[in-house]
Design a protein. Structure first.
Lengths: 112, 116
């Protein structure tokens, strides 16, 4: 069945260091991979996404890489700041209006 | 503009009761989704509407769960004979369709359902 695994479940980094979160998906038909940030008690908000026709996408301090062959994709946050502390979810979708299959989340703590 | 809104924000009900959760999508978004998020987990898909019709209800856990979207805008998720295991945050999301959609789903703040 459709499944997305996400690691690590928790991640603590010092302010200014980099953070990397990794996801693996099972459905080879997946072609759209969004990343959402969810602060405590708040709604999930999209921070970056990537489609299967590219291998990497960057937006300021945030980047996502995709390896279609291995069915892996990763979120990279550089120069972390305390306000980056939140739970991050990866997801996989077959695109269009297809449902998202979410990972189990990574709680990122950035220590000042 | 206004984002996705959900009411109520919190709902406490007794086991066995019936509840309705409401979602107001972003104006013009024809696709609407319901997800359920248990504590410490990622959102889990329940049902997806394209316009008024349920295009995919494969995530509904059993026949106690039902959702409608009669006019293609507001949606209501209905849970009959609630059980303690139904306690979770119920998230609604909406998106555009077609090439303009970009695939992004915009989430509401959720309804926290507690079944006692």
């Amino acid at each position: 069945g459709e499944n997305v695994e996400q690691h690590p479940s928790t991640l603590s980094v010092q302010e200014g260091d980099s953070a990397v979160i990794k996801c693996t998906y099972s459905d080879s038909a997946s072609n759209y991979f969004p990343w959402y940030k969810q602060e405590l008690g708040k709604r999930p908000q999209l921070i970056i996404d990537i489609r299967s026709n590219v291998g990497e996408k960057k937006d300021q301090r945030i980047a996502v890489t995709l390896n279609k062959t291995a069915k892996h994709f990763s979120l990279h946050i550089t120069e972390t700041q305390p306000e980056d502390s939140a739970v991050y979810f990866c997801a996989a979708s077959k695109g269009g209006t297809y449902k998202y299959i979410f990972g189990t989340g990574t709680r990122l703590k950035v220590l000042a | 503009g206004a984002g996705v809104s959900q009411t109520p924000s919190n709902k406490v009900t007794e086991k066995g009761k019936y509840v309705e959760l409401r979602c107001d999508p972003i104006s013009g978004h024809t696709a609407l989704y319901w997800y359920r998020q248990s504590l410490g987990q990622g959102p889990e898909f329940l049902i997806y509407f394209q316009g008024t019709g349920a295009a995919d209800d494969s995530g509904l856990p059993n026949d106690r769960f039902f959702a409608v979207r009669p006019e293609g805008s507001v949606s209501t998720l209905k849970i009959q004979r609630t059980e303690r295991g139904d306690s979770a945050v119920y998230l609604c999301a909406s998106s555009l369709t077609g090439l303009a959609g970009g695939y992004e789903q915009y989430f509401g703040p959720g309804t926290r359902l507690t079944v006692t």
